[in-house]
Design a protein around this ligand. Structure first.
Ligand code: SF4
Length: 282
């Protein structure tokens, strides 16, 4: 199944977003999805272009607002496979409030954050995940602020599937995204997706040398153990990949008792053509 559109990506050669997107497409195909039932919602930033490069239904949301749009799509049509994608600036800065509420609401969709620890599209300003000593055009002496810990934020918000992957480790990245899709609830994957143009610190080599895979045979980790997950997540000295935490009894919000989805219906007597309906309102 080909999830690739005929549009040529304008990402810089070598950008981590290529690997991130390839893994997403592979995971969607492996889970039996096809472009007709897949809806990709993107935020703003280099990562935000992904909806154009993938062959599926897609919507380019405004900055930081991709998650509420994705929530609306899923609630309106629970049959769709909804995948929301954005960057660290989009998701953890202007979109941080939406992130917390999407996590706790636990709608059955997948959220991929292409975390390159820099604002790439606007040419290299520090982002919420940039290191404290990272010198950029807007932090000539370092940011002097602690980077946000996205996995900790997700865990504290009641996350039911919290994972991390590395775009260059294509096989593992695709497997982890696949598990996020299969999870019943909000599947969150923070993807290390290096920006080769503006970030010379969090590079491919850096991640290759430091990443510890919690799924390795010789690494003992029980993903259902909340305290074990907390310990890994709060360890800022290591970069982990794999499924860090999963609540296996999670049920997506839209399937819960008392929640009626789809929540939107075309009112009785409304024109059948959806565009006519839209024109009536505007
Ligand atoms: Fe990728 Fe950075 Fe280029 Fe944006 S600026 S496309 S994040 S390498």
């Amino acid at each position: 199944i080909d999830f690739k559109s005929d549009k040529q990506p304008t990402w810089c050669p070598g950008c981590g977003d290529f690997g991130t997107m390839n893994g997403m497409m592979k995971a969607l195909a492996n889970t039996g999805n096809d472009p007709d039932n897949t809806f990709v919602v993107a935020g703003i930033g280099c990562s935000g272009k992904i909806g154009t490069y993938m062959h599926s239904y897609a919507l380019h949301g405004v900055h930081g607002r991709a998650l509420p749009v994705g929530t609306g799509v899923k609630i309106a049509n629970p049959e769709l496979e909804v995948m929301v994608a954005g960057g660290d600036g989009d998701g953890y800065s202007i979109g941080a409030g939406h992130f917390v509420h999407a996590v706790r609401r636990n709608v059955d969709m997948t959220y991929i954050v292409m975390d390159n620890r820099i604002y790439g599209l606007t040419k290299g300003q520090f982002s919420p995940t940039s290191r404290e000593d990272f010198e950029t055009s807007t932090s000539p002496d370092g940011t002097n602020q602690q980077p946000i810990n996205p996995l900790a934020l997700a865990l504290a918000s009641g996350g039911t599937f919290i994972a991390q992957s590395f775009s260059s480790d294509s096989q593992r990245h695709a497997e982890i995204v696949q598990e996020a899709i299969e999870h019943d609830g909000f599947g969150f994957v923070n993807v290390y997706s290096p920006c080769v143009t503006f970030n010379d610190v969090d590079t491919y080599d850096y991640f290759r040398d430091t990443i510890v895979d919690v799924g390795d045979e010789d690494f003992e980790h029980d993903r259902t153990d909340y305290d074990a997950a907390k310990e890994l997540i709060l360890d800022r000295n290591k970069e982990y990949q794999g499924v860090i935490y999963q609540n296996e009894s999670s049920v997506g919000y839209e399937k819960r008792e008392g929640v009626e989805a789809p929540m939107t219906e075309i009112p009785e007597g409304a024109p059948e053509d959806a565009m006519d309906l839209v024109r009536e309102f505007y």
